[in-house]
Design a protein around this ligand. Structure first.
Ligand SMILES: Cc1cc2nc3c(=O)[nH]c(=O)nc-3n(C[C@H](O)[C@H](O)[C@H](O)COP(=O)(O)OP(=O)(O)OC[C@H]3O[C@@H](n4cnc5c(N)ncnc54)[C@H](O)[C@@H]3O)c2cc1C
Length: 387
């Protein structure tokens, strides 16, 4: 990273171990992602399974979980890994977030001992891929209205419905599916090869093209009783998984913004117009300064939330503050950087527009900006404005 971008000298506030983890992930991204990611993005094809195994070797999958082959790293270390992955591409951070913070976390937190032993070790190595099915075609921001049903039939469960916009679904081995039952919302670990399950890829995405997204159809899917996650009772279970994943996004978005700003600083220093580098114009410096200030504010916020998480004091609405601010500012930085690159800003030869397009999805998933405003608004006023 360009040293000048660490305006507030945040580096020394990281421990030696945190810096080491960050540097290892940064190296992996430099070696394994940067040389190929523009092609993956343009082609809309990413070797996700291969990458998952490489991420698994480094302990990045379910990194902040303990036992069952998981690395048991601190929240800050996990956040730093997300930052470096998303500096490569938001799609790769999504792969890791969905695997570790949504699918693995749901099983780790709410599963039976048998479910944990069955799924977590192979998910930690990347041999098995997981996805997390909450959103439906007609129910996004309002998952309480979900239409997917699970009914009991003897000891079995029978699931019917559909999930939409599910990251990793077309390559998954197991889907954590949330469904309405007579007793309220429950979660199920559904092997994707169960008869009645179909996972189709969603095509023509203009964002997160280096990430696999799909639709899951559940047509009278019969599951044994032990597919249900026994500790997951009510909607608060999937919402707690979302808080985990949103935390990673707080850090990841800063990574995408940093990559845009680093690219733009180098470009503006080298590109000459009117006989001087673009970086020498006052208007360009004003843009660069404002963006650098937002970047370090976002980094500080992520680090503060990480330290709260490691002290077991992080609350969901604090994660909403981070997700709302850091994604919104990262997107503003990406768009502003694009202006400084001129025509080259729209080229895939530079990462800036790819990051900007990716961040449009990041702004929407894991709670849109409006939903996080409502969460914060509820905390401030004591009034729920959701419905
Ligand atoms: C690339 C990608 C990957 C995804 N991966 C997953 C995944 O792995 N698993 C999963 O379950 N989901 C996933 N999602 C879905 C994502 O979480 C939803 O898109 C998101 O929750 C928003 O739902 P929606 O798209 O249905 O929008 P809607 O809920 O229809 O919202 C549309 C607009 O209305 C606004 N709005 C809605 N309600 C209110 C309100 N009460 N007040 C004010 N404004 C409101 C929203 O903020 C938004 O601007 C993914 C989405 C994308 C794009």
């Amino acid at each position: 990273m360009t040293a000048a971008l660490d305006l507030l000298d945040l580096d020394p506030s990281l421990s030696e171990e945190e810096r080491q983890i960050r540097d290892v992930v940064r190296q992996l991204v430099d070696d394994r992602v940067r040389p190929h990611v523009a092609d993956w993005y343009e082609d809309g094809k990413v070797p996700a399974r291969e990458l998952a195994r490489e991420f698994g070797k480094l302990g990045l999958l379910g990194m902040h979980l303990t036992g069952y082959g998981c690395a048991g790293a601190s929240a800050v270390a996990y956040g730093l890994a997300c930052q470096e992955l998303e500096a490569g591409d938001s799609g790769l951070r999504s792969l890791v977030s969905v695997q570790g913070s949504l699918a693995m976390y749901a099983i780790w937190r709410y599963g039976s001992e048998e479910q944990k032993r069955r799924w977590l070790p192979s998910m930690a190595t990347g041999e098995a891929i997981g996805c997390f099915g909450l959103t439906e075609p007609d129910h996004g921001s309002d998952p309480a209205s979900m239409a997917t049903r699970a009914r009991r039939d003897g000891d079995d469960w029978v699931l019917t419905g559909g999930k939409m916009w599910i990251t990793n679904a077309p390559i998954a081995d197991v889907a954590v599916i949330w469904a309405r039952t007579d007793e309220g919302v429950r979660g199920f670990a559904v092997p994707i090869d169960t008869p009645g399950v179909t996972a189709r890829e969603i095509r023509r995405k203009m964002s997160l093209r280096a990430s696999v997204t799909g639709e899951i159809v559940l047509d009278d899917v019969r599951l044994p009783a032990d597919a249900q996650l026994p500790e997951a009772v009510g909607l608060k279970a999937p919402l707690s998984c979302l808080t985990e994943a949103r935390y990673g996004i707080v850090w990841g978005a800063v990574g995408a913004a940093r990559d845009c700003l680093e690219t733009t600083l180098a470009y503006a220093t080298n590109r000459t117009q009117f006989g001087r580098p673009l970086a020498g114009f006052q208007l360009t410096q004003a843009k660069l300064a404002d963006m650098a200030v937002e970047l370090v504010k976002g980094q500080l916020l992520a680090l503060h939330l990480g330290r709260l998480a490691d002290a077991r004091r992080l609350r969901p609405e604090q994660v909403s503050v981070g997700k709302l601010n850091n994604v919104r500012e990262a997107l503003a930085i990406a768009r502003q950087c694009r202006t400084i690159l001129g025509a080259n800003g729209v080229s895939g030869e530079y990462p800036v527009m790819r990051h900007a397009n990716n961040l449009e999805s990041v702004l929407t998933y894991e709670g849109t900006s409006e939903i996080h405003q409502l969460v914060i608004g509820q905390r401030l006023t004591g009034l729920s404005a959701f419905a």
